[in-house]
Design a protein around this ligand. Structure first.
Ligand code: ADP
Length: 583
């Protein structure tokens, strides 16, 4: 097996003031280099770590015997996360749990040799004993894209800010997303001469939301989008690819893609910025209730390790806890159609906490019945399929009968309900090596690709018949469908479904067929806000001291969110909340 030697030097700046740091000053390690071993899925994993008295500085994977591809992200992301958080409470990589746990165990064993025994054996001892009452100017609840943007802006506005996150790691749905960000008149459009306008972005977003959106919120979203994405690039240091995606419902290629087509790039860079700005991030700290003094919100009650902590907020609280896609009961309360039969693409922490807290404090809610499923997801786990992003380049979606049944770039809700109506409520997506190369999904999402291949959800075949037989699709009809699509590609017009975007023929072997189902993806409804991200009560009055941004809010996306408008929403309104609250 290949020997991987990967050094993650303190990629993410750790600074002394980071409150979640492993060592917390009271458990000094013996500075030096140590090795540690543990069992992975297929064999032993060995690591070498370098530690100072206070922290783990680098983790090098000396040897491992895991499956190539599937585990690449384990050996990239987990060491980076351990270093960033100075904690072993990091997420394991789905599809590679044993490798993830083995790697964490190996690092723990190395830390034990550095006499950080208490740290390695009992995670809880690492934590600073949190004071049961703490005071800041601003408390931000939820460390996804919106919360991080809000915290950074509040800090730069001069506020003493703290960021609470209930999970062991930051990032929320933003981290597990593809990170696509719609912004009309962006620099890539200018470089490539793509015509677009902010007015057109507004029009697409309103039409995509069935005009149930608040037009003022949409206008701000579109007008602040290119500023926001330049801020991410120039100030937060997010690296963007030099191409754009055309997501369903948009009428121009206007969506920027962070490096590697993953929101992890955004979160990683935010983490560095938060450290640089000395913003404390309290992990495993779950906000449970807003504190009110008269009409004004003055803080948050939170829980950590079963203990209550009061966070007072002189200037106010910003709720950025995301949507409620992982909360089945809440989904059913607002829209009984989306019951337990639906898998979800969401992280487990996305349970609507901020919406409930705000509602209890008198906030109005908006559009709660609007729940979106994403059409192309893993039929076993519900995870959104990035391999399926070949759809945005050129692809046909067929049913078991081998026939196309929907325009592949239709809105997510339309594609999802069309898939549900097909035999077996599943769809099959077909593309070729040329489209694979153009999309780069194979390179960018190796772990997912290997998982899908291994679990018979994706096949790579020399001819279409072989793939059709594998999934028991009508092979004659499928060949006809692909030939017809190729004819449309030649003539530049899709007579059957009028597919938007490029039409590239599917003819260069090997061919790929992916099986996919829809899963719950985004909850459009949430807390009602104005364009200053201030929370409104049921009479339309501002609730003093309460702001909200990102998926926790309602009104921006109406009945349906267009792809890549979510990150734009989180960053635009997260920034707004942070700027307004610190004024
Ligand atoms: P957005 O895109 O709106 O920023 P995300 O899903 O990316 O939303 O992030 C929301 C974050 O809020 C997640 O990291 C989630 O774990 C966190 N969160 C949810 N509920 C709470 C809570 N009660 N207390 C603290 N953090 C929370």
């Amino acid at each position: 097996m290949k020997k991987i030697a990967l050094i993650i030097m303190s990629l993410i700046l750790i600074i002394g003031g980071m409150s979640s740091a492993v060592m917390a000053g009271d458990i000094a390690m013996e500075a030096g280099t140590y090795s540690g071993k543990a069992q992975g899925m297929n064999g032993e994993i060995e690591v070498k770590i370098k530690v100072s008295e206070k922290e783990i500085e680098s983790i090098e994977v000396i040897s491992e015997d895991e499956t190539d591809g599937i585990t690449d992200s384990v050996f990239e992301e987990i060491p980076a996360e351990i270093i960033a958080n100075q904690s072993f409470s990091v997420d394991t990589i789905s599809g590679a749990t044993f490798a993830s746990e083995g790697l964490i165990e190996a690092v723990k064993n190395a830390v034990k040799k550095a006499k950080g025994i208490a740290v390695a054996s009992n995670e809880k001892t690492k934590e600073i004993e949190e004071a049961s009452e703490q005071s800041y100017d601003v408390v931000v609840v939820g460390a996804g894209g919106a919360g991080l943007a809000a915290a950074v802006e509040a800090r730069n506005g001069g506020a003493d800010v703290v960021l609470l996150e209930k999970m062991p790691t930051i990032g929320g749905n933003t981290k597990i997303s593809g990170g696509g960000m719609a912004a009309a008149e962006n620099w890539v459009q200018k470089e490539k001469g793509i015509k677009d306008s902010k007015a057109r972005h507004i029009k697409d977003t309103l039409a995509g939301g069935d005009f149930k959106n608040d037009p003022k919120l949409v206008t701000k979203l579109a007008y602040k989008a290119s500023d926001a994405v330049e801020w991410l690039r120039d100030y937060i240091n997010v690296v963007f690819e030099d191409y754009l995606f055309l997501f369903g419902g948009h009428t121009a290629k206007r969506s920027l893609i962070p490096e590697g087509n993953t929101g992890y790039e955004i979160i990683k860079k935010f983490r560095s910025k938060a450290d640089e700005l000395n913003i404390p991030i309290k992990l495993e700290t779950k906000a449970v209730e807003l504190i009110k003094d008269g009409d004004r919100i003055t803080g948050v009650k939170a829980e950590k390790n079963g203990k209550e902590i009061v966070f007072n907020a002189k200037k106010g609280v910003i709720l950025t806890t995301g949507g409620f896609g992982s909360n089945v009961e809440m989904r059913k309360r607002f829209n009984p159609e989306y019951d337990e039969d639906y898998l979800s693409t969401n992280g487990e922490g996305i349970t609507g906490d901020g919406i409930v807290m705000a509602e209890n404090a008198g906030a109005a809610l908006e559009g709660m019945q609007y729940i979106q499923s994403y059409p192309i997801c893993n039929p076993i786990t519900g995870q959104l399929s990035y391999i399926g992003n070949t759809r945005f380049i050129s692809t046909v979606l067929v049913n078991k009968e081998g026939k196309r049944f929907v325009e592949e770039l239709e809105r997510r809700d339309v594609i999802s309900s069309s898939i549900i109506a097909q035999t077996g409520s599943a769809a099959y997506q077909i593309w070729d090596q040329n489209i694979m190369d153009i999309s780069k999904v194979g390179e960018n999402h190796k772990a997912e690709m290997n998982y899908l291949l291994k679990n018979d959800l994706l096949v790579k075949v020399d001819n279409i018949k072989e793939g059709a037989d594998f999934f028991n699709i009508d092979d004659e009809q499928l060949s006809k469908t692909v030939a017809r699509y190729n004819k449309f590609a030649e003539q530049g017009y899709d007579e059957d479904f009028n597919r938007r975007g490029d039409l590239i023929p599917i003819k260069q072997p090997p061919f790929y067929i992916l099986k996919a189902v829809p899963a719950i993806h985004h909850t459009m409804g949430g807390i009602k806000i104005n364009t200053n991200a201030q929370v409104l009560d049921k009479d339309g009055n501002i609730i003093p001291g309460l702001f909200a941004a990102g998926e926790v809010t309602g009104g921006v996306h109406g009945a349906n969110r267009l792809g890549s408008n979510a990150i734009t929403d989180a960053i635009v309104y997260g920034r707004t909340a942070g700027q307004m609250i610190s004024k």
